[in-house]
Design a protein around this ligand. Structure first.
Ligand SMILES: [Mg+2]
Length: 261
């Protein structure tokens, strides 16, 4: 565990958590709760983590929310939790409440058409296990491939999509293991802002994430909660704390649970 922010008093944060009238724990999925695997559909939580997630999802004294770039539907078979926590998918575009109520992405006709065209392009060029169609984006994955292949794939997608950016409401986003064409207008920050706004008084809050898309969430949480970077190596970040998964993450979540009384 490495404390990155001079302002962070780690023990004081947990004392605040214990005394707080409400708590909000926001968790990214890939890279944070689950290790990267060459097969994205097999990225199940780190060993030993699922019982903790189940405990948190069942816990009335803390609102636990998964905030992922994946589609909500993608996460359900990987999480295998009952009850489920609230889930925000597709970088803030979709939301499934803990009671199962689902809000799909509000996309306009033009955006739908563009995403459909780019999906057809991906399907024509790349194998099915390398491409992904999400409710508000399409993605190309090169996780586990040779570096030269990665360069080729990155080049093809970047070239096509950089042109598209000039006249369409989309953005290109690199993530660990691939590149995505996303609908502009939402990010993980929207999930953080919305969730925080739903508490009558500010909750004791934390957000745990690993990649660049989580930096949006870290920015949104600035001054209002603990920001935790979870990844094997430290990198430039807005986070207040760095944890190496899975051991330090498991320790942190156990500590969180033990402070809910
Ligand atoms: Mg991640």
């Amino acid at each position: 565990m490495t404390i990155l922010s001079e302002q962070l008093d780690y023990d004081a944060f947990f004392r605040t958590l214990r005394a707080a009238p409400s708590r909000l724990l926001m968790l990214d999925y890939d890279g944070t709760l689950a290790p990267f695997t060459p097969h994205r559909d097999r990225a199940t939580p780190f060993p030993g983590l699922r019982p903790l997630l189940q405990k948190l999802a069942s816990e009335k004294r803390c609102r636990t929310v998964i905030v992922s770039g994946r589609a909500v539907a993608d996460l359900l078979p990987l999480l295998q939790l009952n009850p489920l926590p609230e889930i925000w998918g597709s970088h803030g575009w979709e939301r499934m409440h803990a009671d199962g109520t689902y809000t799909p992405p509000p996309l306009d006709e033009n955006t739908r058409r563009i995403l459909a065209e780019e999906w057809n392009w991906l399907k024509a060029l790349f194998p099915g296990d390398r491409i992904e169609q999400k409710p508000a984006s399409v993605a190309l994955h090169w996780r586990g491939l040779e570096p030269e292949t990665e360069v080729t794939l990155r080049g093809l997608a970047s070239k096509r999509w950089s042109n598209l950016l000039l006249h369409a409401p989309v953005e290109m986003h690199a993530f660990d293991g691939g590149i995505e064409l996303r609908t502009l207008g939402r990010s993980k920050a929207d999930a953080v802002h919305t969730l925080l706004s739903e508490f009558p008084t500010p909750p004791a809050a934390a957000y745990l994430g690993d990649d660049q898309t989580d930096e949006d969430a870290f920015a949104a949480l600035d001054g209002r909660g603990l920001r935790v970077l979870v990844r094997p190596e430290l990198r430039p970040t807005r986070a207040d704390l760095h944890l190496t998964p899975p051991d330090e993450l498991i320790r942190f979540l156990n500590q969180w649970i033990s402070h809910l009384s």
